[in-house]
Design a protein around this ligand. Structure first.
Ligand code: MSP
Length: 644
């Protein structure tokens, strides 16, 4: 039988800086959906990626003195690291600089032009670079962007326009006939009122004042507006418009596209019209979530309150971050993050409720039955109540997940955890241990089965925890009792499984101490750096052998005018003299280092930093609190000597 398909997308993230907890919200949410539908037997495609064109990124790269592509390469490597730490199981990571994507976007633009949907005119209006968004005089607030509050720029140039107005009536009809296309209802109504009801405006879709974008195929002076390029990623990722569009045929239209609330309007107006104009079906649903806020403001890098989720994952485990996202995240409305709330949630739900249930049950099986799951006897009323809950758990979670309600699904699962804890209170197994071993066996059996069923479902939400629980329950990797089919009914024939109590699943945290740690002035980025360093994998001697380390002598050094951090050094390596740029200007004056022997990575690929080409790297040691010192071989060593 043909498997049902499920296509879920996140927005593609601007490759303009680091990801914070707010960004990670969408992706962790989408990951739970993808994992759940895979568990439920669907053929899933989960897409995420990076949005790499536009003025914002062009400017960032210029500041860093490198090309935009060099810049986005670096940022994308960091994105992928974050997704790997958070256990994100995407099927494809699309980059809008991918050649195939660019080609298809150009083809689509050409089609729109050929069919008369694109025309040339002059644009005069306001533009917010961080949001890559156009505004009229009446929309801006005191010269500032109504979305992010940063200053807008005046834009006056020849541009191509997308005739979106032509599709107004069609879009209105579409919203009438598809009331669930955009959720939540309140956001849909707001967007409908502001951007659709009184007629959709034509959209400026090209720029001439910079060149970091997809070139307009029929006019090389222009690059496309970044949102046209970006939105199309959801179909180009599937091979739409290429010779091999099997994935597109299989997965489009998407089942759900997650977007944050500030970008809902792009997905609610431009995206449907773009698809209609290209004669493509629309996604089944756009799910617009709220923001994670901190002290009342949107969590964002520019406000300086972008909390780094890697710091949390490093200290409390990935599943702690994932759980917080599902339980307390802004599924529709904004919701606040604070370190105190985070720690309290982890203590209450993961440590007390889930952790204690598992450790109490396994301790009792170990003490009373030699760690072997005992045989289940006849069920009494309180047992039947718990069985009934378990038998309905999957249905409840499935219903929630078919509507992407991860918050409800996790609450259903933890509802069973709470019910099982209550069952312990009611049945008092510590008394049964003294008076009725047969009854104790039945009670512990019910608890074991509750934990197992919870673990089966947690594979979609808290995969590391689920794995640990299965190990504790003695249920092996390929066991049918890890599969979804095994939880639609309470089993009474499991026997002889040997449990392993082991360490606690979650350690109880000291709220005050942890809040102090998380709010320490050490910058969150520094903590992230530390973690990235700590996480480097072991390498073989062959890997190490690829690095050519030599002694170099600094002949000259000077500051680079455009940068506070960089020194441009002239370094002698044996017969050869080369330029090496290093980020030590805050720690050394140029004259201090002239004449020093240093260790140089000789075979590093050249890179341009602040416009200066650098050939190699000078090694330094850096302490945890940021002190930096050059690694200096003995001054008697001739330059060019090998360091090994
Ligand atoms: N590049 C565009 C999306 C193009 S999709 C065709 C973009 N990128 S972004 O990096 O700025 O944002 C990516 C996602 O992160 C958006 O959905 C945005 O709403 C979300 N979030 C950014 N900060 C957030 C919070 N503080 N809270 C929750 N989500 C947040 O927009």
């Amino acid at each position: 039988m043909k498997k049902e398909t499920y296509y879920v997308t996140t927005p593609i993230y601007y490759a303009s800086g680091d990801l914070h907890l707010g960004h990670c919200y969408t992706t962790v949410l989408a990951d739970a959906c993808a994992r759940f539908q895979r568990l439920a037997g669907k053929d899933v495609f989960f897409l995420t990626g990076s949005d790499e064109h536009g003025l914002k990124i062009a400017r960032k790269a210029e500041e860093a003195g490198i090309t935009p592509k060099e810049y986005t390469d670096q940022v994308v490597a960091k994105f992928k690291h974050v997704w790997s730490v958070l256990g994100i199981t995407y099927d494809k990571f699309i980059r809008t600089t991918d050649e195939d994507h660019v080609k298809v976007v150009q083809k689509a633009f050409q089609k729109l032009y050929d069919q008369g949907d694109i025309y040339k005119a002059n644009y005069e209006g306001l533009y917010c670079v961080p949001c890559e968004s156009f505004f009229t005089e009446s929309q801006v607030v005191d010269g500032k962007c109504p979305d992010c509050g940063r200053p807008v720029e005046l834009m006056k140039e020849e541009s191509y326009f997308f005739k979106m107005s032509k599709y107004t009536e069609w879009l209105k009809d579409f919203y009438q006939s598809h009331p669930d296309f955009l959720i939540p209802e309140a956001r849909k109504n707001e967007i409908y009122k502001n951007f659709i009801e009184n007629g959709v405006q034509d959209l400026c879709v090209s720029r001439t004042t910079f060149d970091w974008g997809v070139p307009v195929p029929f006019d090389s002076k222009h690059v496309m507006y970044v949102w046209i390029d970006a939105l199309l990623n959801y179909v180009t990722a599937l091979g739409y418009g290429t010779e091999n569009d099997t994935l597109f045929q299989k997965f489009w239209p998407a089942d759900v596209q997650f977007v944050g609330r500030e970008i809902a309007r792009f997905h609610a107006v431009i995206w449907p019209i773009l698809l209609k104009a290209l004669d493509l079906p629309l996604p089944k649903q756009i799910h617009s979530h709220g923001w994670i806020t901190e002290k009342g403001d949107k969590m964002s890098k520019s406000s300086g309150n972008g909390f780094n989720s890697l710091v949390l994952a490093d200290r409390y485990g990935t599943d702690a971050v994932r759980y917080w996202v599902y339980k307390d995240g802004p599924i529709f409305n904004d919701s606040p993050y604070s370190s105190e709330l985070f720690i309290k949630t982890i203590n209450a739900d993961l440590c007390n409720d889930l952790g204690n249930l598992v450790s109490r049950t396994l301790a009792m099986i170990t003490q009373n039955f030699d760690a072997k799951l005992p045989k289940c006897g006849p069920s009494l009323t309180e047992d039947k109540e718990l069985e009934n809950k378990l038998n309905h758990l999957y249905e409840a979670v499935k219903n929630a997940m078919d509507q992407q309600r991860v918050d409800i699904a996790i609450d259903e699962i933890f509802g069973v955890v709470r019910a099982a804890n209550k069952y312990i209170d009611v049945t008092a197994p510590w008394i049964l241990a003294k008076v009725d071993k047969n009854r104790l066996a039945t009670v512990l059996y019910h608890l074991y089965e509750s934990i197992r069923m919870v673990a089966v479902l947690l594979q979609a939400f808290l995969p590391t925890t689920a794995e640990k629980i299965f190990e504790k329950l003695g249920i092996e990797k390929d066991s049918p009792y890890r599969k979804l089919e095994s939880i639609t009914i309470f089993h009474t024939d499991l026997m002889d499984y040997t449990v392993h109590k082991g360490e606690a699943l979650f350690v109880r945290l000291d709220v005050q101490k942890e809040v102090a740690y998380l709010t320490t002035p050490i910058k969150k980025e520094e903590k992230q750096d530390k973690q990235e360093k700590a996480e480097k994998p072991l390498i073989s001697i062959d890997d190490f052998d690829k690095v050519e380390l030599v002694v170099g002598k600094i002949l000259h050094s000077e500051k680079i005018a455009k940068s506070e951090k960089l020194l441009k050094n002239t370094v002698q390596i044996g017969e050869e003299v080369r330029t090496i740029v290093s980020g030590i200007a805050k720690h050394y004056q140029p004259e201090e280092i002239i004449g020093k022997n240093v260790v140089v990575v000789k075979n590093l690929k050249p890179i341009k930093l602040c416009g200066v080409e650098s050939f190699g790297m000078i090694l330094c040691s850096v302490s945890a609190d940021g002190k930096l010192s050059l690694v200096e071989p003995n001054s008697s060593m001739p330059s060019g000597s090998e360091v090994c």
